[in-house]
Design a binder for this molecule. Structure first.
Ligand SMILES: [Fe+2]
Length: 440
């Protein structure tokens, strides 16, 4: 690498590091210290833990290895804020994270500052290329936790009987969830299908920019011709599925999905309360009647619900490669965390009815909500986990999970790309997870 390009890389990564660390602090501004203690489900973690764990990541994988003379902030934090890296250190059970009333929040904020100052010293002392790569990984890791912090707080506030809003509705948010009393229902693009020829296509990360190990190696796959819905399924469309007995018809469900419906008593997406004709949807902006969210993409559905809806609609879910082939090369634009909306929003209508290229008909592939795919989360040919304990980052989860694509309204824009693979077990509902239909 030339001196100039390595200097540019150094500047890019230091800017990314600082802005990521600052954004995490901005995200906790609306929260009280008590809010930051809540762990309302086994999937979620307290906001306070996210603050500490993201700092632990830089301390463990960057500072202790690459900053000469670095002293850990506190010897117990080395194991206390480890999440799941078995080969690194022991760690407490995940469900106990809400019992960490000590260390106090103020001490965790001092921990963050200690780590930030040490990373700055590393930048100033001329960080070696491997250290820069780890810092870039740490920033991407922290962005994942920014999204989790918001999805976890949404769950925490939903379980609170007062149903507080993370950020109460504002004038700008009114564009997201227009009031039926204030004007006509916001329109959404009509549901259409765009045709793709398929054939031999390349998938996986392309180029030199950052990606996670699970996006490599780029490789070829064969796709038969397919059609992809030009926008995600809306809340209004999903409400029709419920009204037509979708949750009472076992023939629409995978066997494990039907078991999950019975076991969990599912009758609507997570955060929907009320009954048919009178649904209310809880969001980071507060609770809205369905009439104000009808044209927004449905989110907080499990893979099982997405699959059952697709069967009801006489369609199917796309594979992750069909999704990626339609998204590759398109600009990463949409209702992502940077928009500040924090709620999925209705699709804009196509600029022209006379679209030339099928891929340009796609709306909302990036942002609003992650889209469940029909693909199991597996390694690509030639997959090589990162060396050492970091090899546990992605690879060890390649069993029993499904791939989601595209990011959500709480995903940082710089974080997402066409080849990005998110993954969750099929019953997961607390993420912003929605549905895009496909047909053969
Ligand atoms: Fe993590």
């Amino acid at each position: 690498m030339s001196t100039i390009s390595s200097l540019a890389q150094h500047i890019d990564i230091s800017a990314r590091f600082r802005s990521t660390r600052q954004r995490t602090l901005a995200l906790i501004e609306p929260l009280t210290p008590e809010d930051m203690m809540v762990q309302s489900s086994p999937d979620a973690s307290p906001a306070k833990w996210h603050l500490a764990h993201t700092s632990w990541f830089f301390e463990s994988f960057v500072l202790r290895e690459f900053l000469h003379g670095y002293e850990v902030f506190h010897p117990d934090f080395v194991w206390l804020f480890n999440s799941y890296y078995q080969s690194f250190a022991a760690f407490p059970e995940k469900r106990l994270r809400s019992s960490f009333s000590r260390p106090a929040l103020a001490e965790i904020l001092r921990y963050r500052q200690h780590v930030d100052e040490a990373v700055e010293r590393l930048f100033n002392s001329g960080a070696e290329p491997e250290a820069l790569k780890r810092i870039e990984l740490g920033a991407n890791h922290e962005e994942q936790h920014q999204e989790l912090l918001l999805t976890d707080i949404l769950h925490a506030f939903f379980t609170n009987p007062l149903r507080p809003a993370y950020k109460p509705e504002t004038v700008e948010a009114d564009e997201v969830a227009p009031s039926a009393e204030k004007g006509p229902q916001q329109k959404t693009a009509p549901l259409r299908f765009a045709d793709f020829p398929g054939g031999l296509v390349e998938v996986g990360h392309n180029g030199e920019s950052f990606c996670f190990d699970n996006e490599l190696q780029r490789h070829r796959v064969w796709l038969d011709p397919y059609s992809l819905a030009t926008r995600p399924v809306t809340c209004g469309e999903y409400a029709e599925f419920i009204a037509e007995g979708g949750y009472q018809r076992p023939e629409l469900w995978l066997s494990a999905g039907w078991d999950a419906v019975q076991h969990n008593g599912w009758r609507a997406p997570l955060y929907w309360s009320g009954e048919v004709g009178k649904w209310n949807l809880f969001t980071l902006r507060g609770e809205f009647p369905l009439s104000r969210m009808e044209t927004a993409p449905v989110s907080h559905v499990s893979y099982f619900e997405a699959d059952a809806y697709a069967r009801w609609a006489r369609c199917r879910l796309p594979t992750e490669f069909e999704w990626e082939a339609a998204a590759e090369g398109r600009p990463v634009e949409g209702n992502l965390l940077d928009s500040g909306r924090l709620v999925p929003a209705a699709a804009s209508s196509p600029a022209s009815e006379l679209v030339q290229d099928q891929s340009s008909m796609q709306r909302q592939q990036f942002g609003d909500c992650w889209e469940w795919t029909a693909s199991a989360y597996l390694s690509y040919p030639g997959f090589r986990p990162l060396p050492g304990s970091l090899g546990e980052y992605n690879g060890k989860f390649m069993s029993g999970q499904m791939v989601l694509r595209g990011g959500s309204c709480v995903t940082p824009a710089a974080h997402i790309r066409a080849s990005y693979r998110n993954f969750f077990p099929p019953e997961t509902r607390w993420q912003f997870s929605g549905i895009r239909l496909a047909k053969s």
